[in-house]
Design a protein around this ligand. Sequence first.
Ligand code: FIX
Ligand code: ZN
Length: 414
Amino acid sequence: MSAERHPTLCQVVHEVVENTPVFDIHTHLFDPAFGSLVSWGIDDLLTYHYLIAEAFRCSEQPADFFWGLSKAQQADWIWQHLFLQRSPISESCRGVLTTLRLLGIDARSRDLPALRQHFSKWTPEAYTERILEISKVRKVCMTNLPFDDQERPYWEKGFNRHPAFVAALRLDPLLLEWDKTAAQLHQWGYNVRADLSGSTLEEVRRFLADWATRMDSQYCMVSLPPEWRFPENTITNRLLQEAVLPFGREHGQAFAMMIGVRRGVNPELRMAGDSLAPADVPSVEALCAAYPQNKFICTMLARENQHALCVAARKFRNLHIFGCWWFLNNPSLIEEITRMRIELLGLGVTPQHSDCRVLDQLAYKWNHSRPILAEVLAEKYSDLSDTGWHVTRSEIERDVHQLLGGAFEQFIGR
Ligand code: FIX
Ligand code: ZN
């Protein structure tokens, strides 16, 4: 690789990428004010759904056995299968150990009860500050569901917001389970009908505006199955075209689509049972072309979609692509996808988001991604310098800020 010819440049790039504060644009973390909804600590790390899926492969015990255990017992079981009976070399297992290392916790004795003690001294508030600091994350975007009975009361009651936690209004139930959601909206005082007649679409727009304001959401979002097509005459698309997009134009809210997830492929794994399939990039292009006044954000779950999605982003300036989502968040795939995106899109992309569910994961997910981004960038700057164009440190800092959330903030206009 030509970067090897420029060790100093390579070092500077690594240093800058290592130290630039990140805006993590999609996570499932909560502001510490959400109390018991906040996940953190070793038992939450070990019972992450990525690890549940891996541990099930190592045992013949029935799924009901696992779901009948307490969280600490589930963590013991996963520790046993994935860390003690075999070496924890998968990306998700490695993540737990990187997190412990970054927290200064020595895991070499392989003693889970002893590891637990390191976490007992923290309050969630102090721990949040510690994790943001070691992860060098300046801002975290949550995923916020007004439809969730545990989450909604916090928003309705109001709380003092942590300055680093911003909201995104999640719309899956609205767009994908309209019948059920219509009944709920009706109960909350919105005059909607299941067949979308009368004032329904206007009332959905009112609902969206109410919640975007209440949450001060950065953008609104949905995850879509691989079968989603546009244009096609479906309830989902009508709600999208006649409620979500007009609301987005009026209130300056970009619309994020995470496409390609197949929910519950193996239902006995519960949340760990989702899978993927290739989605349809032309549908995203058709949407961007039909609504040039709307801003779209997109990531896809299948590796097969990544190249076409990059090309779509070249064609539509109202499309911003992001992240190596879920099954793509592995070093070999991050490297391949990041290199391709930078080659095709330069700096107009957000190469990574964490998708963390457990606060502590911010530490490992960014620690694992940053050196890969740095490696790709160092190679690109080195190729530039071969042309005679030498970048300065402050130019590198400017570029890395763009890639780690700055370009996204510009795109969504917030
Ligand atoms: O739909 C999503 O936002 C997904 O990221 C999650 O549903 C998924 O469970 C996850 O945690 C992936 O990383
Ligand atoms: Zn997610």
